[in-house]
Structures are given as C-alpha cells and as structure tokens.
Design a protein around this ligand. Structure first.
Ligand code: 5CA
Ligand code: ZN
Length: 409
C-alpha cells in the first residue's frame, strides 16, 4: 500500500549516543546493536476506528527509535502492517452497514494523515494483509509439521513450540486469561491445547476468502505479522514493536511461528512495548469506545502540541489522558518557539548532548523535554549569560527538537 510522506530531518553536529532499549523478552534495558541497516517491525492498526491517542503514543515511541538510530548513523528499514481483514473489522462493517474494504481504506487514509501531521516517519513498506494472503498461506504451508487441521481451519500446535512463553514470561493462567480476552479461542472443542492458535480460517458464509493452496479462507492474526516481517526484513531483525497489549498472545505466538519457520531464535532481537493510554480510568480501546481521536484534536490544536503531550510521558508508562495536558503542551510549545526566535541564546551544545543521552537511555523523552525547558527558561529570562549569548544556539535547538523529538518549532 501507499505509505505516507516523510518529514525533512535536519543533520545534527557532534557525536550521537547508541540507543539502549527495554527488551520485554529479556526483561531489562539492553543496548541495541543493529548493523549498518537497523530493521524494525511495528504492528499496525486494525483499521476500523483510527487514530486514537493510544495508537499515536505507540507509533511515536517507535518513531523515536527510528530517529535515534538515524542519529547513530544507521539506515533504518522499517516495516508496518495494517490488519485490513480480521473479525473486529468485519463486525464493525456489518454493524454500520459499510463495506469492510471501504471502511478499512477510509480509516487507513485517516491514519496516514494523522501520522503525517504528527511528523511520524513513515515505514518503508506499509503492507495490508489483503495484499499478501498468498505469501501468508505459503508460510503456513512451510510450517506444516508444527500445525494441525480442525474442520478445515489450521492451528499452530503450542506443544511444537519449545520457546513458547519466553517473550512474555507469563504464567499458564495469565496466558489463558489473556488469550480469551484478545481474540483467542481457548474453549474450542477439538483443539489439542487450549492455547493452540489459529493460523488459517476456512471460508465461512458471508466472510471474505481467498483461493490458496490451503483452500479458500483467510489468515489468522499472528501469522500475518510473522509473514510480513520475514518477507520484508528477514529473520533476526532488530526490534518488534507494539503496545503492551500485544505482548501476549500476539508477539508470543509470532515469535514461535518465526522460530519454526527459520530455525532461528530469537525471531526479533528486541521485543519492545509501549504503555497503554487510558481515558476515564480505562484503557482507550475501540471496543470500549472511550477514544480521543487525533483527527479531532487536530481541528483545534497544533499537532506539535499533541506530539508534546505524548512525549511528556515515558513510552513504557501507562497514563490517563486529561485535556489539561494539551493546554500545558501548547504553553510549552509557545515558550520553545519564542526562545528559538531570539537572535541569540545560551549555547546549546551541552543541551544537544543531554537530549541525545536522555533519548538513548530507553527513550527518556520527558527527561529530554525538561532539558529543553531549562534552556528555554534561561534564554527567555533575559538575565546576563556567563558564557555570553550564542547567535547559532536558537537554530541548533530548533534542529535538535526536530531531528530527535520530531517537534517542528
Ligand atoms: N492490528 C493489530 C496489530 S497487528 C492491532 O493491535 N491493532 S490496533 O489497532 O488494535 O492497535 C494498533 C497499535 O496501537 C498496537 O500496537 C496496539 O498495541 C496499540 N494500542 C492500541 N490501543 C492502545 C492504547 N490504548 N494505548 C497505547 N497503545 C495502544
Ligand atoms: Zn501485529
């Protein structure tokens, strides 16, 4: 599919700091060590209600990863999917009387516009599952010994996955609960294990289906991401990302599929997850309908202020959106803009180093914002500067905010 357009990224002077990131599978912060090309896969939207602040929070987190890697001198190969055929999308289309393909196209287009407005760097490949059903079916065929059939559907057998559980570290009980909550079917009769997961769903009356060597049907959820990641990035890519709601079962099952397909473990070197954004005490979710849409906020607010709201929370934190944050972000944006419009300001070379260090430390964006706030305050206070005012400082700060944080001043 068409991706979205990339913002311009100014080049920064001086040395960058290698990125350290939390790896859910290792349960600790580790230094990322990509080759010349850093490879990242981030799970995309299911396009039936886009783009809420929770989505934006997740894509912003991985945007920061890409920006850090670029600053570290890597070429970044970034792939994202769109789950443009799946039960929740089909259900919503049915309820609202809209054609499921039209619904998906419309929401994906809105998502692209939101991502562009928020200056989120586009993936190199933006892949809808419906574009690659043949490739997904071919991968399922390759997984033959790890799978079994049940009334025409195909399941991955958990018993054939020796590393199952290593990504999430969850107990069997936790897994069972989450599996049932997040699209799994632990109760289905005839399965060998309640946690065996669906790879291929044979055609049902009234549902979309594709002709493949597996018969007519459509892919299950987890295998789509495994297939798209493998086909575009190859095995052993650097980061698999999404929100914490994807740790289990999505990334757990995907990791075992990738292991089975390639013989290599880990499938992704890092599994990295962004925290959940809530509204009125509950996780923002399409099914609950407690959503704050980026497109709605954009009608009245500068997208850079929306971006600053998100940057004000560490990406791994769970937080609750309150509108007062947007007012505070607008005030911050105005202060920064005023400071970078000055003819001269306190030198900003140390600030650049601090912002790089904060972001390299598991994306400490709130720490980076605090450092810029302190600089802007000194710049605007008008007090005599011990080192004198530097006429190149305002432009350097504008560039570092743009390049590292994606905030255009
Ligand atoms: N299509 C699948 C991934 S393959 C999916 O989860 N789609 S989604 O539309 O439900 O979510 C898209 C991304 O936003 C996922 O990475 C998900 O983890 C993240 N996300 C969803 N809700 C929230 C939320 N409330 N807060 C933060 N991130 C969220
Ligand atoms: Zn996914």
């Amino acid at each position: 599919m068409r991706t979205w357009s990339a913002p311009n990224i100014p080049k920064l002077p001086g040395a960058s700091v290698p990125l350290r990131l939390y790896d859910t599978a290792a349960r600790q912060v580790r230094q990322t060590g990509p080759g010349p090309t850093a490879r990242m896969y981030v799970c995309g939207i299911t396009p039936y209600d886009a783009t809420h602040l929770g989505h934006a929070n997740t894509y912003l987190a991985f945007d920061l990863v890409g920006r850090q890697w670029r600053d570290n001198g890597h070429d970044v190969h970034y792939t994202q999917n769109a789950t443009d055929v799946d039960d929740p999308l089909l259900e919503r289309a049915e309820q609202t009387g809209v054609d499921w393909q039209e619904l998906a196209e419309r929401e994906i287009e809105l998502f692209r516009t939101d991502m562009e407005a928020l200056r989120i760097l586009p993936p190199r490949e933006y892949v809808g599952v419906t574009e690659v059903v043949g490739q997904v079916a071919a991968l399922i065929e390759r997984l033959g010994p790890f799978t079994y059939e049940l009334d025409g559907d195909i399941y991955f057998s958990k018993a054939a996955a020796p590393k199952f559980g290593e990504v999430s570290g969850y107990s069997e009980q936790e897994m069972l609960t989450l599996f049932a909550e997040r699209g799994g079917d632990p109760e289905r009769a005839g399965k060998r294990d309640p946690l065996d997961w669906l790879l291929w769903r044979a055609e049902r009356p009234g549902e979309p289906a594709w002709d493949t060597p597996l018969g007519r049907g459509r892919p299950g959820w987890h295998i789509e991401c495994t297939s798209i990641a493998l086909d575009n990035l190859g095995p052993g890519f650097d980061v698999a990302g999404g929100g914490t709601d994807l740790i289990f079962p999505h990334h757990e099952c995907g990791a075992s599929e990738g292991h089975a397909a390639t013989g290599e473990w880990p499938f992704a070197r890092f599994y990295t997850h962004a925290g959940m954004v809530a509204l009125d005490g509950e996780k923002m979710s399409k099914s609950k309908g407690n959503l704050v849409f980026v497109s709605k906020l954009r009608r009245e607010h500068d997208p850079m202020a929306i971006r600053l709201v998100l940057l004000g929370h560490h990406y791994r934190a769970d937080w609750e959106y309150v509108p007062a944050e947007l007012a505070a972000a607008e005030a911050r944006l105005a202060r920064w803009r005023e400071a970078v419009a000055l003819p001269a300001a306190p030198p900003a070379v140390d600030l650049l180093q601090t912002v790089r260090e904060r972001l390299a430390d598991d994306l400490d964006a709130p720490g980076a914002l605090a450092a810029i706030d302190a600089w802007a305050e000194r710049a605007l206070s008008g007090s005599t500067l011990p080192d004198g005012a530097d006429p190149s400082a305002p432009a350097l700060v504008a560039d570092l905010a743009d390049t590292l944080l994606g905030v255009r001043l």
